[in-house]
Design a protein around this ligand. Structure first.
Ligand SMILES: *[C@@H]1O[C@H](CO)[C@@H](O)[C@H](O)[C@H]1NC(C)=O
Ligand SMILES: *[C@@H]1O[C@H](CO)[C@@H](O)[C@H](O)[C@H]1NC(C)=O
Length: 236
């Protein structure tokens, strides 16, 4: 296998709307956002008219150019270096891509191999919480619209809680001094989003009042009204 040493640097620019994944003969994992454009780059080297270029997706030839004749594919699918331009990525754009370049003598002079993942931008997560019945514990929940391939992280007062990577977080309130402000952040390989901050307020439940006759009667009425026996003594 021949490798273009000049072009082995792998560059993946996620901040721009158009993403460039540069040459390497190792199989790369490329993550890109749904709806974005992606260039699978063979590097800067211009191809000769006599070079044969072939791109496959999932072992199916999607572009082939032989002495300037393109079939299948369109001439505009690649740039002058033979890099493949994928526009408006959809789920069907994902998969294994390979490129092979052969010179006029049939020697393979360049190539590319990688797996493309199309990921949705994560939505802004929303944190909610439920207090435990004793008021000493709480369970927080981090909700995100599209949780597929999402990694969760939790913060207390902006500090990362290491090891907490689930969509729910159970806390013992005594462990956290000061303001009990929590948040979560979610990320996938192509985007990241931070939740609102929530302040945990869990009160211990009030002591149960001793049952009064009225309480008893009210409760009894719900059970006994049907048989007409309730509350005659306390009715006005
Ligand atoms: C993708 O490329 C097309 C054609 O070049 C362009 O019109 C479009 O704005 C690009 N989309 C993004 C998200 O950059
Ligand atoms: C991109 O693709 C989506 C769905 O595949 C389609 O609805 C949308 O119109 C396309 N956008 C452009 C600019 O082609």
């Amino acid at each position: 296998m021949m490798v273009c040493d000049d072009y082995r640097l792998f560059v993946l620019l996620l901040t721009t709307s158009s993403i460039v994944a540069a040459v390497s003969e190792e199989t790369l994992n490329v993550y890109a956002l749904l709806g974005s454009n992606l260039t699978l780059s063979l590097g800067q080297k211009l191809l000769s008219y006599q070079d044969t270029l072939r791109w496959t997706q999932n072992n199916k030839v999607i572009f082939s150019r032989l002495f300037g004749v393109v079939r299948p594919g369109k001439p505009t699918d690649v740039d002058a270096a033979g890099s493949l331009q994928l526009l408006n990525l959809s789920d069907s754009s994902a998969g294994d891509y390979k490129a092979d370049v052969y010179d006029r003598t049939g020697v393979r002079v360049n190539g590319w191999s990688g797996k493309v993942y199309v990921v949705e931008k994560v939505s802004t997560p929303v944190v909610t919480f439920l207090c435990g019945s004793s008021g000493a514990t709480a369970t927080l929940k981090c909700d995100v619209r599209n949780p597929k391939h999402v990694v969760f992280a939790w913060t207390h007062e902006g500090q990362l809680l290491t090891g907490e990577t689930k969509p729910t977080l159970s806390v013992s309130l005594a462990k956290f001094k000061g303001n009990k402000v929590f948040g979560c952040s979610v990320s996938n390989s192509a985007s990241k989003a931070q939740s609102n901050a929530v302040q945990l307020k869990c009160k211990p439940p009030p002591p149960l009042p001793p049952p009064t006759p009225k309480d008893y009667c009210f409760k009894a009425s719900t059970v006994m009204a049907a048989v007409g026996l309730c509350c005659s003594s306390s009715s006005p």
